[in-house]
Design a protein around this ligand. Structure first.
Ligand SMILES: [Zn+2]
Length: 698
């Protein structure tokens, strides 16, 4: 190692001679560990067992503020240093978590107004976690002080390699704070966003209901006030709350960059939430780190009375992974918490089926992960998460998934850094826009219409084509893709419209649906016929838009999209083509026979407008057909329930084949491959066992 490379962050030091691979970093195949919750007499045994298991690292201390600062300004890191030293002795590297998600009782007793106020105007209470105001300066100052003391103490400590700032921003029982500090912060943020009150009043249309502001200090936060808030104000408040959390993080990040220049810095969150803009959250961090609990999707389905759809679970997990990778433009990401057993607080998911824990690990890798940390090492016998099961049971015996997780770690080490740090390349993208999600939640039109639901449905339908998908923001240049999907693109900026226009002009296929381009960025409705800025690209005018309740409607397809009629589940946009070809028509009511899906030729490309909310089967067929028209092909033809993805480095590629089903499936290989997991040479028809995995290389 040269002197120059020593100055590089450890995580960025390139492993020698990986021809064609992007810069590879450390192996992060570890476990989340709580020495603060474990008798010290067991620390040595834990470290030895983790080393035997094959783990490379732990994440520790992210909820241990009370132990590290037992009274204001009185710090005790001796216990943590003893733990780090023991782990290091056994070659286990350490990711340290800053503890700001759980301030101790002395702090909230002394500074009670750091506690957040919920959307009803009620102040929460200390005693759980994530109950704090992101704007409050006292909370920010004390969070930065404890993080700075940690950083100063551990910057040169052997074995410490990186940081997780805080834990799961915004994921508490109340995801926004509405306190006086946030109101003042919002007003300051608005002043810099709009410059003048005149501009703000115009942008929001405050003349409605006599809301014209004559001083920034008059501007409220959207608390109950006898009627719905101004949509522009409400959308800006969502943006402000996301900003407040990101800027809270930024204070710790700036300090860590200065104090610990050789360490990586990230934070952990859950992909499929829209309470914070993940692209802003991770923009200045070294890589994305998401937490992955497939069992929660299972519980969610049961809550909604949708038992037994393993396709929903596997595609929801895949969507989270594709978002994690796309948040930083395709850079390999990490799973900071991977489900290893029954998981949950008051209620918990079932034990993963035999093979699923290993399968979920490979699913993350297949979608672009470079590392996986399992949650957690031993299972706590106390506290709100005592049923959140780890790799060791309550009595420290092996959990049901112990052996298969160990097998997965061994296999991933054998596959090596070249695979883990390789790229994921795809021709298709799905636009996921936080502004659309927030604006639609403020005025959904139909009480069951939700942006995230539409994203999950569309992702599930597109992933059935097995072509791979990037999950991109509205600011991304689209020219790398053959097809771009953008469901419910409700808020449309002029810049985004221009990017879509040039993408279609250049030969791409753009596929969208109802509620396209209804709103400006300040949440006013456009003054032109819908779909607003994209009317010429789409080649249609929206004649009317209608939520579906008791007056049902259906859709009949042209031969190009042939299949059984679909019901229109939540919505119908009535379309008037201006040059676009009609691919489906409505079947009922006053608009029977009128166009429901259209495809327009614009420049060298195509623009498809799906006016009605299709049922699951029709959506899958329609989107798969359109992918085919756009020239997108799967790397292998596989049956339903089997997932296939490709990672590449230089001229090498790895095909991941994952069976999410409880019975064996077969796949026909078009050429000869080697399964890198067992060295088997494979041709023709091969089997993938229940919850099985193959990693194929030609
Ligand atoms: Zn607040």
């Amino acid at each position: 190692m040269s002197a120059a490379s020593i100055r590089l962050p450890l995580w960025a030091q390139t492993v020698a001679s990986l021809a064609g691979a992007p810069a590879a970093g450390p192996l992060l195949l570890g476990v989340d560990y709580y020495p603060d919750q474990t008798p010290e007499a067991l620390w040595e045994e834990d470290a030895r067992m983790m080393a035997d298991f094959g783990f490379t690292n732990v994440r520790i201390a992210e909820f241990a503020w009370a132990l590290m600062e037992p009274a204001e300004g009185k710090f005790d890191f001796a216990w943590l240093r003893r733990s780090v030293d023991i782990l290091h002795k056994h070659n286990i590297a350490v990711i340290l978590g800053t503890p700001s998600a759980a301030p101790p009782p002395w702090l909230t007793a002394k500074y009670p107004d750091i506690v957040e106020v919920n959307e009803k105007g009620e102040r929460l209470h200390p005693g759980g976690r994530r109950f704090t105001c992101p704007t409050n300066q006292v909370y920010r100052r004390l969070s930065l002080i404890i993080a700075s003391e940690m950083a100063r103490t551990f910057t040169e400590t052997p074995g410490v390699i990186g940081w997780q700032i805080d834990n799961e921003f915004t994921l508490g029982s109340s995801q926004r704070c509405y306190c006086n500090y946030c109101q003042a912060g919002f007003q300051t943020w608005l002043r810099s966003r709009y410059g003048t009150l005149d501009n703000l009043n115009q942008s929001w249309g405050t003349v409605f209901w006599s809301q014209t502001y004559t001083d920034f200090s008059q501007i409220p936060v959207p608390l109950p006030s006898g009627g719905d808030p101004n949509p522009g104000l409400a959308l800006d408040y969502d943006r402000y709350q996301s900003y407040a959390n990101v800027s809270f993080q930024q204070e710790q990040l700036d300090m860590l960059r200065k104090t610990c220049p050789r360490h990586f810095v990230t934070t952990n969150n859950v992909g499929l939430v829209d309470t914070i803009n993940m692209r802003d959250l991770y923009e200045k961090l070294d890589f994305t780190a998401f937490d992955n609990y497939p069992g929660f999707f299972d519980m969610l389905m049961a809550q909604q009375g949708r038992m037994g759809s393993s396709a929903f679970v596997s595609s929801s997990i895949a969507l989270g992974h594709d978002l994690a990778r796309s948040v930083k433009g395709g850079k390999p990401f990490m799973i900071m918490e991977e489900q290893s057993g029954k998981a949950g607080q008051k209620t918990f998911s079932p034990q993963p089926e035999k093979g699923q824990a290993r399968l979920w690990t490979y699913q993350a890798i297949a979608h672009g992960a470079m590392g996986v940390n399992y949650f957690r090492w031993d299972t706590a016998t106390f506290g709100a998460e005592e049923y959140w099961h780890g790799i060791l049971n309550h009595d420290r015996s092996k959990s049901p998934a112990f052996d298969e997780i160990k097998q997965g770690v061994r296999e991933l080490k054998a596959l090596g850094r070249e695979v883990l740090y390789s790229n994921y390349v795809t021709d298709a993208a799905l636009v996921f826009d936080y502004d659309c999600s927030w604006a639609l939640a403020i005025q959904p039109g139909h009480f069951r219409l939700a942006y995230l639901d539409q994203i999950v449905s569309w992702y599930g339908a597109i992933s059935a084509s097995r072509s791979g998908i990037d999950v991109i923001g509205p600011e991304i240049d689209l020219s790398a893709y053959k097809i771009v999907f953008a469901p419910v693109a409700y808020v449309m900026s002029e810049k985004q419209a221009a990017r879509i226009r040039s993408f279609v002009q250049g030969g791409g296929m753009f596929v969208t649906n109802f509620r396209l381009g209804v709103k400006t960025e300040t949440s006013q409705i456009v003054r032109t016929p819908l779909p607003g800025l994209l009317r010429d690209v789409m080649g249609v005018t929206v004649e009317d838009y209608i939520p579906v309740y008791s007056a049902k409607n259906g859709m009949k397809f042209s031969p190009a999209l042939a299949g059984p009629d679909s019901e229109c589940v939540l919505w119908t946009d009535i379309l008037q083509p201006a040059g676009a070809e009609v691919l489906a028509s409505y079947t009922m009511g006053a608009h029977a026979g009128q166009p429901a899906i259209t495809m327009n030729s614009f420049g060298k490309g195509k623009a498809v407008y799906i006016g009605g909310d299709l049922n699951e089967a029709s959506l899958a067929r329609v989107l798969r057909t359109l992918s085919g028209m756009a020239g997108v092909k799967p790397p292998l033809e596989v049956p339903a329930g089997v997932e296939v993805t490709v990672r590449k480095a230089g001229n090498k590629q790895w095909i991941f084949v994952l069976n999410h089903g409880a019975s064996s499936q077969s796949v026909n290989l078009p050429a000869a491959f080697v399964d890198l997991l067992n060295g088997e040479k494979l041709t023709g028809k091969i089997d993938i066992g229940a919850y099985g995995v193959r990693v194929l290389q030609a």
